[in-house]
Write a protein that binds this ligand. Sequence first.
Ligand code: COA
Length: 280
Amino acid sequence: MTKTDRTEEETVAYTIEGGVAWVKFNRPEKRNCMNPKLNRQMMRVLHKLEYDDSVGVLVLTGEGTSWSAGMDLKEYFRETEAKGLGAIRESQSEAYGWWRRLRWYQKPTIAMVNGWCFGGGYGPLHACDLAFAAEEAQFGLSEINWGILPGGGATKVATNLLNMRNAMYHAMMGENIDGKTAAEWGLVNEAVPLASLKDRVQEVASTLLQKNPIALKATKDAIRRVMEMTYDNAEDYLIRAQEAANFFDNSGRKEGIKQFIDEKTYKPGLGAYDKSRQAE
Ligand code: COA
């Protein structure tokens, strides 16, 4: 599709299929780079899907050959900068705002990286809980190639996910890595051929849909929070977090124990309990 006058609403596309929301960056003609319109629309879509009971897992992917070519150099940088500091701060908060929303999303999130992933794209990449890439995908901190440092959180993402030598090389050299190397370096969980990427992500999403959703939210938050805590603080946080989760969903936990210990219908070491039998 060739389209240059995309409306704000058209910058993001989504479908909901069997509990999974497939959300797409939808500016393929601009390699899905993020302009202010897309950033505003993505926040709207995330907001709508977050409390939609028909959605259990959210997948973020890209239309066409790109996942996202990062920030829009023309509309996000040049045109916004021409309007002054207020406009710059506003468009930063629109972009950072939806990445933050995604980092603490109520539902499990999966980045399905189908193609190019550059610079600012590392923000939403890191915001997703899990990430699967096509082996053919290309990842790059290209900022150095056009004369800036990797801002907008990209440097922080690189140091969170990569070891120091790889982060330094990646940021300083401006060379791309493919999906396989991204998996070896820990930027994504796994790389598979593009032709089987959607099937693999569907498989992961289906497994997540079988788990207790309250436990999933508590777990994903715990992973992000405890990374920055001392051991003792983490221990305390985890006690409080589990107790808070019990308050909302003690029936899930009791059912999980009952089906294993009393009914012997499943083994937690080998899969999840049947949550369809859990009392509301
Ligand atoms: N900002 C603004 N426009 C972008 C863009 C970006 N980040 N990435 C792509 N585009 C635009 C191009 O300017 C071009 O617009 P045009 O059709 O009006 O000329 C269109 O998208 C297609 O891009 P093109 O470069 O022709 O596609 P390609 O498939 O040959 O190359 C890339 C794809 C991703 C390698 C290349 O577009 C690129 O290097 N983009 C910039 C990546 C980057 O540095 N991002 C970091 C930003 S923080």
